[in-house]
Design a protein around this ligand. Structure first.
Ligand code: ARG
Length: 461
């Protein structure tokens, strides 16, 4: 009974084993490609009509039939059948039920191998654009936050130890740099997504003189694929997308990690809005940064999906192999996870209040201007290594005294370096330190203001 319904059932005499049917189906996850499948089929049938393989009227019936099916699917009136395996056969079978003979001609000069490759490329093209738009929203929120924080000073860290004072906007702009690279990677990956496999058929092409340029134009692909074997088997673009998504998630996890630290009792650099935190069922005082933690955690599954796709493709002989059906779930999960993470993370940013006074006090604490003192000495002709040594001793003394460097008296400072004058206090302040780093790419507020304007400019262009 079941086998008679299968479009490929002709050479079979036994019905498919139930376990096999359940094991081989992909409709439970590839139904999601219905729009792209219909879009691809309409373009293919128009092209078939243009080369007189089917009539204009048949192409029109196919188009109307497919559009009606799209409506049924959207209205939830379409019953997907496991017996019909996948999205391609479900739609084609329903089309033939609805319009008869013309429906049976749709698959001329085509295979599910080039069909699924086309569908997934159309899908990923849109996904890449959607993710870029979500990154842009996050960037806009970060740049808006940076606007108010150019003169906010916090300790910059290396090894998570206080290193040198920096502008908070400079820190937020560092996050923005990561995201700009993410956008570039997606745009670059999109160029390789946007290649059209249709016409490659099962693997070797087809004996019909398809007008591939026309199909390509109808589907807004950049060009038809150059090699039919490669076109039906290539999934590099999914791996590239998964790699770009993994980098996005890795970046988000780093931002999340900092937000989690900053929100902790020990730092108190930020307060995250209540709407973006949750409480504890046992500890009434708790307000936890769960969004940041979950996003950080989600990076694991996206990076895992990248591994899954790489291993899926490893050692596959040309051309199409059914293994490739296993590409759908990891890539769909990747698209969903990266999109949802970006969305919620971007929404959380405007809810964050930056505690500038706490940050300032923290920057005062860790001898963050020690390098400035060393560089001051270098300007007085002390070789840098000697200056480093002198300041090291001064810091050691200040620690023993329980004072910041700027609280040491001039004579105390001069006991380490006789050449020190009272203008030294200009470089020992946090403001003096950040202002001094005024080269391109540095943290001086004047430079950060320019960097922020340039970042906004790039984002809006
Ligand atoms: N569901 C299949 C996939 O996702 C479609 C292609 C099937 N092709 C085949 N020759 N069985 O890869």
């Amino acid at each position: 009974m079941a086998s008679s319904k299968k479009p490929w059932g002709g050479r079979f005499t036994e019905p498919t084993n139930e376990l096999v049917e359940a094991f081989t189906e992909s409709i439970s996850f590839d139904a999601r490609l219905y729009k792209q499948d219909i879009q691809g089929s309409i373009a293919h049938s128009k092209m078939l009509a243009s080369i007189d393989v089917i009539s204009e009227s048949e192409a029109q019936q196919i188009e109307n039939g497919l559009l009606a099916i799209a409506e049924q699917i959207e209205a939830g009136d379409f019953e997907w059948s496991t017996q019909l395996e996948d999205v391609h056969m479900n739609i084609e079978a329903r089309l033939t039920d609805a319009i008869g003979e013309a429906g049976k001609k749709l698959h001329t000069g085509r295979s599910r191998n080039d069909q699924v490759a086309t569908d997934i490329r159309l899908y990923m093209r849109e996904a890449a654009d959607d993710v870029v738009a979500l990154i842009h929203t996050l960037q806009r929120n970060l740049l808006a936050a940076a606007d108010n924080e150019i003169d906010t000073i916090l300790p910059g860290f290396t090894h998570l130890q206080v290193a040198q004072p920096i502008s908070l906007a400079h820190h937020l702009l560092a996050w923005n740099e990561m995201l700009e690279r993410d956008v570039e990677r997606l745009q670059d990956c999109r160029r390789r997504i946007n290649v059209m496999p249709l016409g490659s058929a099962a693997l070797a092409g087809t004996s019909f003189a398809l007008d591939r340029d026309l199909t390509c134009e109808l589907l807004a692909f950049d060009r038809p694929s150059r090699n039919s074997l490669d076109a039906v088997s290539d999934r590099d673009f999914l791996i590239e997308f998964a790699a770009a998504a993994s980098l996005i998630m890795m970046h988000l996890s780093r931002m999340c990690e900092e937000i989690i630290l900053w929100a902790s009792e020990s730092y108190k650099f930020v307060d995250i809005g209540d709407a973006f935190c949750t409480g504890s069922s046992i500890m009434p005082q708790k307000k936890n940064p769960d969004i940041a933690e979950i996003v950080r955690g989600k990076s694991g599954r996206v990076i895992g999906n990248l591994q899954a796709l790489l291993v899926l493709m490893k050692s596959q002989p040309l051309a199409y192999n059914r293994d490739n059906q296993e590409d759908k779930e990891p890539i769909f999960d990747t698209v969903d996870t990266v999109a949802r993470s970006l969305q919620v993370f971007a929404a959380m940013i405007p809810s964050i209040r930056f505690n500038s006074e706490t940050m300032y006090q923290a920057a005062l604490k860790g001898y963050a201007t020690a390098t400035d003192l060393a560089e001051y000495l270098v300007r007085l002709q002390v070789p840098f290594r000697d200056a480093h040594e002198i300041v090291g001793s001064a810091v050691h003394y200040a620690i023993e005294q329980g004072k910041p460097l700027s609280d040491l008296s001039l004579s105390e400072l001069q006991s380490f370096g006789a050449m020190i004058q009272d203008d030294v206090y200009d470089v020992l302040t946090l403001e003096g330190s950040v202002n001094a780093r005024s080269h391109f790419g540095g943290t001086a507020p004047a430079r950060v203001r320019e960097a922020l304007a340039a970042a906004k400019q790039r984002l809006s262009s």
